[in-house]
Design a protein around this ligand. Structure first.
Ligand code: BGC
Length: 752
């Protein structure tokens, strides 16, 4: 496509029309200009392609497609290759269905466990979320289909999602919420980014020039198109001026007309519109030139891929006394409605009309005889006494009872947040009554986000199956019976109770405003800093074997800005072949800027046979050590000692080695408001201005009578926190001119 030529042939009306969808899922095409109309479709864990009746809430049917495990589970695989192959499979199906862009992945951070869409999001940790999203993007796009990284940015709740203003302090925004998108953009290079519905500090994300142009394009180097979330356009002209390329879906003719008028009256420079059109044409060209029919595409094969991925997307949370895997000669009872009708996906725009569903009850038939008692209907909240009694009887008569529990579909969906973190009461009652007659109990959980588990200490085994896609029943059976060893680890903390969670006090905000009071302390960063007990920590996950870590080493002892490699040897010390996820955390080990206790900065997954040893290596670059400095609006590595930790979970640190970072000076312009303490951190300030700035000056000057009341510490502290303009009142008698000179000299000393 000769984009410049086409652009020169387009009328103003055609250019304006291209910036809006043609309908719910198509972009506008102009056959006379040989611009085809390409189609986009949800994502992100399978296709939701709607041929006829369109909607963005998953209300109307879409074509049949394979439903893969949702993001909450796939992130728990900590496996970039797995996410790439998931992306490949979805990309392939999108090619087969003639789609240009799959609307996903979603890289929003799990700020609160109650967010209704957490099942669609990867993690509470930005590094893991970004890495997982990037691998998925690369996989889809390897098939010549684009992705739409969504929902940019800070869309962390469903309550009032279309109007709420997210008020996140700059450091938290950068280190947590934006970092998840930044890594995905830089490493995944998505063809498109979808903006969020919400506002950021009062400005709609769909018309925020800082977000869309300065940050996304200029700073991160994004070169694709931006589109609105469905219905997220507020003022189309303002959106285009701010860098928003495409309004989706088509709203009406008024928006086209407004763009034409704005160009005609000079409110919107035509070159800005041309730039948008160039980007849109580039996307259409890319999609068109890569469109092909994949040779061997088959939904049946994809179902098997879904089962394989699901096995890796589940987490063995507990396994006391090696209750699992279930041995061949045991009498097994499957209990709970989810054994028969698994909950395997969430509600809303990601809802898939799947080709088939494999329940655990069906999958187990080829593996072992089991008895089954429903116990409760999957969507029941109240107990059915008869079903409950039957379930308790079945549990008593068996050698081991497997309880399939989870959240009813109506509780977890796009469009609204959960009200609490509880399982339906009937399910908690079932566990308690079963425990009274049977000690060998394994619980399988089907949920998209953490739930409170009041009975967790009494139940010996718990398998978190998440919303594992249409083949989840097969994967659960594979893991329960040991055909494969579980290998997922939690991409989020399971708190003991909702009241413990970081955003508890201000989620989901008041009216149209939500303030992120917890700042950077999201997920494990919060629980670790406050030294709180949790039910299961971030990064936790068991398997049927044990691993020993040894020989943690770094490529260098000092970090001078050049990436460092960290390696650790891992040995499978048990009897099962299995995979281990090794996490590398960076911990600041010096006094200075307030930091989380530890932060995930690298991870690797390794498959080991019993007795085998392997090595996991990661690279730690500048960002692994840096924090966002709000005073200079930059990333900064603080000089000092850090610890590099090799860990089996965020609360199971196996080995740690120190590294010293040369770091970067903090250069902040001195003014009359700068404190003496801050001035003294400027290298050379003490020598040059000792007579004026010495912290002991007050101590020297004080009278004998005051010596008992004013200690040296007190005097030093008062001097340290005294702004320069106040120093003249305490003995230095500097004139305003002298203070100005001092400020100028200090700034010169800093090279400013
Ligand atoms: C959702 C998006 C989705 C879009 C199209 C919106 O309601 O927030 O994630 O891609 O609808 O269905």
């Amino acid at each position: 496509m000769d984009i410049e030529k086409i652009l020169s042939q387009m009328t103003l009306e055609q250019k304006a029309a291209l910036c809006q969808g043609a309908d719910f899922w198509h972009l506008v095409g102009f056959p006379e200009l040989e611009i085809p109309s390409v189609m986009v479709s949800d994502g992100p864990h399978g296709l939701r392609k709607q041929d006829d009746r369109a909607d963005n809430l998953g209300v109307n049917d879409s074509i049949k497609a394979v439903c893969f495990p949702t993001a909450a589970g796939t992130a728990a695989s900590f496996d970039r290759n797995l996410l790439y192959s998931l992306g490949e499979a979805i990309g392939q199906s999108a090619q087969a269905e003639k789609l240009a862009v799959v609307l996903g992945p979603a890289a929003n951070i799990k700020r609160s466990p109650l967010c209704g869409r957490n099942f669609e999001y990867f993690s509470e940790d930005p590094y893991l979320s970004a890495q997982t999203a990037a691998a998925f993007i690369r996989g889809v796009q390897s098939q010549g289909v684009g992705t739409s990284l969504k929902h940019f940015a800070a869309n962390n709740q469903e309550t009032r999602r279309m109007s709420v203003s997210e008020e996140v302090r700059e450091r938290a925004l950068r280190e947590i919420y934006l970092a998840s998108f930044e890594g995905a953009v830089k490493e995944g290079r998505p063809w498109t980014v979808m903006c969020a519905y919400n506002k950021l500090y009062g400005i709609y994300c769909s018309e925020n020039p800082w977000l869309l142009n300065e940050l996304l394009r200029d700073e991160w180097g994004f070169d694709g198109i931006t589109m609105t979330d469905w219905g997220a356009c507020n003022d189309h002209v303002a959106g285009i001026a701010a860098g928003m390329d495409l309004e989706m879906p088509r709203s009406n003719d008024y928006d086209d007309q407004a763009v034409v008028r704005a160009v005609q009256d000079g409110t919107l420079p035509e070159e800005v519109l041309n730039q948008t059109v160039r980007r849109l044409l580039t996307l259409i060209d890319k999609a068109q030139s890569r469109a092909h029919q994949p040779d061997d595409f088959d939904w049946g094969v994809q179902h098997h891929v879904a089962r394989k991925i699901a096995r890796e997307a589940m987490v063995l949370l507990k396994n006391d006394g090696n209750l699992l895997p279930i041995r061949g000669n045991q009498k097994v009872a499957f209990i709970g409605g989810f054994a028969e009708k698994p909950r395997f996906q969430g509600g809303g725009s990601s809802h898939i009309n799947c080709t088939e569903v494999l329940s655990a009850l069906e999958a187990v038939r080829s593996v072992s005889p089991v008895t089954y008692a429903q116990g409760f209907e999957p969507d029941a909240v109240e107990a059915d006494e008869e079903k409950l009694a039957e379930a308790v009887r079945a549990a008593k008569e068996a050698d081991i009872a497997v309880l399939f529990l989870g959240l009813p579909e109506s509780i977890e969906s796009e469009g609204y947040d959960r009200r609490d973190m509880k399982l339906p009461e009937v399910q908690n009652r079932l566990v308690e009554e079963v425990l009274a007659v049977q000690k060998k109990v394994a619980v399988v959980l089907h949920n998209g986000a953490p739930v409170e588990l009041p009975w967790a200490d009494q139940v010996p085994a718990i398998l978190e199956a998440y919303l594992g896609g249409q083949a989840c029943g097969g994967a659960v059976v594979d893991l329960l019976f040991g055909a494969v060893s579980p290998c997922g680890k939690l991409a989020e903390t399971f708190p003991l109770r909702y009241e413990d969670t970081p955003a508890f006090l201000d989620f989901p905000g008041t009216g149209d405003r939500v303030v992120y009071g917890e700042g950077i302390y999201v997920g494990y960063r919060w629980y670790d800093k406050r030294k709180m007990a949790v039910r299961f920590p971030f990064g936790h996950g068991l398997t049927y074997t044990t691993f020993e870590y040894s020989n943690l080493r770094l490529s260098v002892d000092n970090f001078v800005g050049v990436p460092v490699t960290a390696s650790v040897d891992v040995t499978n010390t048990g009897d099962f072949p299995a995979k281990e996820i090794v996490q590398f955390y960076v911990r600041s080990d010096h006094d200075g800027v307030d930091r989380p206790v530890r932060e995930l900065k690298g991870y690797g997954k390794i498959a080991l046979a019993p007795g085998e040893t392997g090595t996991v290596t990661v690279t730690l670059d500048r960002r692994a050590f840096a924090y966002w400095e709000e005073r200079t609006h930059t990333w900064r590595v603080e000089p000092g000692r850090y610890q590099i930790e090799a860990a089996a979970s965020s609360r199971d640190i196996r080995l740690s080695v120190p590294i010293d970072a040369v770091g970067e000076p903090l250069v902040i312009p001195v003014t009359g408001d700068t404190t003496v303490g801050d001035i003294l951190t400027i290298p050379g300030a003490m020598d040059r201005f000792a007579s004026i700035l010495r912290p002991a000056k007050i101590e020297e000057d004080k009278s004998e009578a005051a010596s008992e009341a004013v200690t040296a510490e007190m005097a030093a502290a008062m001097m340290r926190d005294m702004p320069l303009h106040a120093v003249r009142s305490f003995g230095s008698h500097l004139s305003p001119e002298e203070i100005d000179q001092l400020v100028a000299d200090l700034n010169e000393l800093q090279g400013l």
